[in-house]
Design a binder for this molecule. Structure first.
Ligand code: PMP
Length: 428
């Protein structure tokens, strides 16, 4: 595999962009080396600036469920672009995608579109505070809800990779309103509620954690959260930025049969364009401006290109009755294949999987929360990452990230990947 041009491109980028990247997880800081520069992508493959073809398991960190440059999305964007790219005024397509999203997701009446998952979560929490009149929130160690101040308290994803869970710039005043519980540990949540009676506006959680590897909720964790919220008049917020429209048509709510009060969406809902959204029953959503007092706005929110991409994407997902089963089957095949070759090569590991989200951890204990995710052998992961890359398979450059499976992958690609794991395992 050739890597010449990317070094030159990265040196140029570093001169004018901090760290050479516009989002930290893209850097290879956790694994060493120079990031890949993508030239183009199609289906399951990335093509880099050095002319290499890579099988992509990041898929833009989730949204490319149907593959890169998916024709209905590209066509919809091209057609829309010819008619103007932003008006800052209402358009019919915003209502169309809202109607479709509301019909696919359980327990919501209204949805508002924003430009990123960060904005969605930030706005959802403001709404929860405005609706309830309470200020504190509970989040879980290792869960990532974007980079707004309230959430940069033991966040997962890049914030864990770089070991700076509490970022400078987040004030003590903000930090004190974010209470930290342990994922899958309902006692840790009860203790916080008891110590802060009547003060908690909401609990925000990734219903399947995807930012410390993939960590499924265990022992009815989500239902227990729902019960605690009901008992203590606390709003439950599901951050479905990764799980929404990926685990099922109705996301994690549908998969687990537990409903939240406010939902956050991102990436997927824009088919790869910058979109996020938050949604709830009318009683809650109507607290938003202009009907209610909770302010939230955006010049580019609901812009025509993003809405066209999102509508094409959601329409495809909604009309394909087998899609979520196909994705889960492919992911299970990959899971079993990787497990077998790692076992054959005597590599200590744990694999977590829910639907089309999967992560490989290099230690033998169950990975159920942030502490157990952090136990993995990072040296082994680094070698594994670079070995896979050399073999033509691109996984996230951090042990704290989930692999996302796209329907564009065929079983030959999966076999190729399993074979690459087998070869790399011999070097670990
Ligand atoms: N919530 C979750 C669960 C996420 O995974 C992410 C991004 N990876 C975000 C929120 C933030 O989304 P964005 O990067 O679009 O701001």
């Amino acid at each position: 595999m050739l890597y010449q041009r990317r070094s030159a491109l990265f040196s140029e980028a570093e001169k004018v962009i901090p760290g050479g990247v516009n989002s930290p997880v893209r850097a290879f800081k956790g694994v060493g080396g120079t990031p890949i520069f993508v030239k183009e992508a199609k289906g399951a493959y990335l093509y880099d600036e050095d002319g290499n073809r890579l099988i992509d398991y990041i898929n833009s960190w989730g949204p490319m469920i149907l593959g890169h440059a998916y024709k209905p999305v590209v066509d919809a964007v091209v057609e829309k672009a010819k008619k103007g790219t932003s008006f800052g005024m209402p358009t019919e397509i915003e209502t169309k995608i809202a109607q479709l999203a509301v019909s696919m997701v359980p327990n919501i009446d209204k949805i508002r579109f924003v430009n990123s998952g960060t904005e969605a979560c930030m706005s959802a929490v403001r709404l929860a505070r405005g609706y309830s009149g309470k200020e504190k929130i509970i989040k879980f160690a290792g869960c990532y809800h974007g980079h707004s101040d309230s959430f940069l308290i033991q966040a997962g994803s890049g914030a864990s990779t770089f070991g700076t869970p509490n970022s400078p710039g987040v004030t003590q005043g903000t930090a004190k309103d974010t209470l930290l519980a342990q994922y899958n540990d309902i006692e840790s949540v009860k203790n916080l509620i008891d110590a802060n009676k009547g003060e908690i506006a909401c609990i925000i959680v990734e219903p399947v954690a995807g930012n410390m590897g993939c960590i499924p909720p265990q022992n009815n964790f989500l239902q227990k959260l729902r019960d605690l919220c009901d008992a203590h008049d606390i709003l439950l917020v599901f951050d479905e930025v990764m799980t929404g429209f990926r685990l099922a048509k109705g996301g994690a709510q549908e998969l687990y049969g537990v409903y939240a009060d406010i939902l956050c969406f991102g990436k997927v809902i824009g088919g790869g364009l910058p979109v996020g959204a938050f949604a709830a029953k009318s009683e809650i959503m109507d607290h938003l401006a202009p009907v209610g007092p909770v302010y939230q706005a955006g010049t580019l929110s609901g812009n025509p290109l993003a809405m066209a991409a999102g509508l094409a994407m959601l329409t495809s997902l909604n009309s394909d009755v087998d899609i979520f089963k196909r994705l889960a089957d492919k992911t299970e095949y990959l899971h079993q294949g990787i497990h077998k070759v790692l076992l054959d090569n005597k590599i200590v590991h744990t694999i977590n999987r829910v639907g089309s989200m999967i992560s490989v951890h290099f230690h033998s204990d169950p990975v159920t929360d942030f502490d157990s995710a952090a136990n993995g052998n990072n040296e082994t992961f680094k070698k594994f990452f670079h070995g896979m890359l050399d073999a033509g398979v691109y996984i996230a450059p951090s042990a704290f990230e989930t692999w996302f499976i796209t329907d564009a992958l065929n079983y030959e690609d999966l076999d190729f990947t399993i074979n690459a794991v087998n070869q790399v395992a011999k070097t670990l």
